[in-house]
Design a protein around this ligand. Structure first.
Ligand SMILES: NC(=O)c1ccc[n+]([C@@H]2O[C@H](COP(=O)([O-])OP(=O)(O)OC[C@H]3O[C@@H](n4cnc5c(N)ncnc54)[C@H](OP(=O)(O)O)[C@@H]3O)[C@@H](O)[C@H]2O)c1
Length: 328
């Protein structure tokens, strides 16, 4: 049965794919965007584009009032200072929850897209589970964890669930893209000895997992890692990208202190720009961790989630997309 669905952050990388998936299923999608959001990934014919003013209670009221499901993806992922991380995650979520509480229909479901950063890294390489105590190592992770807390508190009286993706890759992504770009230019940068391990998820697997969580009653009040199977070291990921791009890049080891210096320099440059630095000290704090690995067992057992895209297939498809769209 078609539902009214609000997606915040709908114009972003993950949100735009989620909007496509849900529109294909026949739902009526309201895409909440900001005044100056870039709308290039949104299909205006399939979606209602709703310009949401997060500081205006009336705008929030109109956004949420007749919606059955809310996928909340909007949030600051890179910022120049701590305040921006908290305002752009905890602050906007609190405003949204206040609006749900007052104007949302009683059956309204909320699915919040948090991050593996909220849980923090694994200490010994064992995939982190949802039941493990969280200890975020970055300000971004702390802000995501604080946001989870207000969502969980809200879910005592309402239907809400939390999804924690690890690094997401796929077409349209600009973060893991930096690695594709370096390899395309002939360099495979590796931090330390390149043996740090990570979980990854392809954006198509992620949106399917998010969709599943919204359909299962058992996901109310719960937290789920949605990630691909397996964990990989950056050297293996880099080699896979290189094969898909038909390149033989030179492996260059970057010592941590160089990364620290680079992040300070790029923060200084960003100081004079309106945009935050792509590489900042908060990001480096995350990059220094040895094991960003998490477990998808709970999602498999409770939601029936099953990632379908192998690393090889996902990287190949992503590399082809970057080439076809002249990003590389
Ligand atoms: N990509 C990943 O690897 C990854 C991993 C784990 C979790 N996540 C989470 O998934 C969500 C979506 O990420 P994404 O990769 O799709 O990011 P994205 O492409 O950068 O999209 C972020 C969205 O959030 C909106 N936004 C940013 N700051 C905001 C603010 N202060 N107030 C209101 N809206 C704001 C953006 O609007 P504008 O376009 O107007 O700026 C955009 O619509 C985020 O919550 C992120 O934390 C992402």
């Amino acid at each position: 049965m078609p539902k009214n669905i609000l997606i915040t952050g709908a114009n972003g990388f993950i949100g735009s794919f989620l909007a496509e998936l849900l529109a294909e299923q026949g739902h009526r999608i309201r895409c909440a965007v900001r005044k100056n959001s870039n709308l290039r990934w949104l299909d205006h014919s399939q979606n209602e584009i709703f310009q949401l003013d997060w500081n205006n209670p009336d705008s929030l009221k109109r956004a949420v009032s007749d919606q059955d499901i809310i996928f909340h993806l909007a949030g600051v992922t890179k910022a120049k200072n701590n305040k921006t991380y908290f305002e752009g995650n905890v602050g906007i979520t609190q405003s949204l929850l206040d609006a749900f509480d007052r104007y949302g229909p009683a059956h309204q479901k909320v699915i919040y897209i948090s991050s593996q950063a909220a849980a923090g890294p694994s200490q010994d390489g064992t995939p982190v589970k949802e039941s493990d105590p969280p200890f975020p190592v970055s300000v971004y992770g702390q802000a995501k964890l604080e946001t989870e807390k207000i969502i969980l508190s809200y879910s005592k009286d309402h239907w809400a669930t939390i999804i924690r993706p690890p690094s997401v890759y796929g077409p349209r992504d600009r973060d893991v893209f930096a690695l594709f770009q370096n390899i395309h230019r002939g360099i495979l940068p590796l931090l330390g000895d390149g043996t740090s391990t990570v979980s990854l998820v392809h954006v198509y697997d992620l949106i399917n997992g998010i969709d599943l969580a919204s359909q299962h009653d058992a996901s109310k009040d719960q937290v789920f890692f949605i990630c691909g199977d397996g964990m990989y070291d950056w050297s293996t990921i880099g080699d896979t990208i290189a094969r898909c791009l038909n390149k033989r890049p030179k492996k260059v080891t970057i010592p941590v202190f160089v990364l620290d210096l680079l992040s300070r320099t790029s923060e200084m440059i960003a100081y004079f720009s309106s945009k935050p630095a792509l590489l900042n000290r908060d990001k480096v704090q995350e990059m220094k961790q040895k094991h960003w690995v998490c477990s998808n067992e709970k999602a498999k057992n409770v939601l029936g989630y099953m990632p379908k895209i192998s690393l090889q297939t996902g990287i190949k498809e992503t590399a082809d997309w970057y080439l076809e769209n002249h990003w590389l």
